[in-house]
Design a protein around this ligand. Sequence first.
Ligand code: 5GP
Length: 186
Amino acid sequence: MADFSAMEKDLSSILFNEKQIETRVRELGELISRDYSGKNPVVIGILKGSLIFMSDLIRRLTIPLNIDYVAVSSYGRSTDSSGVVRIVKDLDEPIEGRHVLVVEDIVDTGLTLRYLLDNLQSRGPLSVAVCVLLDKPSRRKVDIKPDYCGFEIPDEFVVGYGLDYAENYRNMPFIGILDRSVYEGK
Ligand code: 5GP
């Protein structure tokens, strides 16, 4: 077993281990493969947080598909959403007339997804659906419900499996709650 203790020491607890994530990603893959059979969707990952989830998920999708990415500005070093969203890397290909599945790491206030979905809708896709790994429904500021969700989580700041704090912890293969001592007072 790889030893991640140099990062794990900053967690107050582990929420989902590798096995739990793998099982859930496989279930999502089966569900989405069924729903998108014959639709040849374009799967759009939101960088950088969805990177690991996206790469695991698409390998569980048994249907023909294309992938693309957008990058949006994030929180920076803070753990609270500013509500300010900016596309810093746009899609490579048009999505007009395509079925689109957006893959996001986590939906919190919903502001990021709301902005992105409105933006994507304006480009004339056949459909747009959302798959998130994690959902924090208690923090929602706009009415948005993901079509596919890995896990609902409480109002805690989590890291690992692609999710960062100040660009760290993305490479931990599990998801944990970041201890408040790491970011409080900053
Ligand atoms: P929203 O716009 O829904 O408030 O925030 C979405 C984005 O905020 C996510 O894509 C993610 O980058 C960041 N975010 C929200 N909650 C968390 C969290 O608990 N941990 C981490 N690492 N990022 C989060």
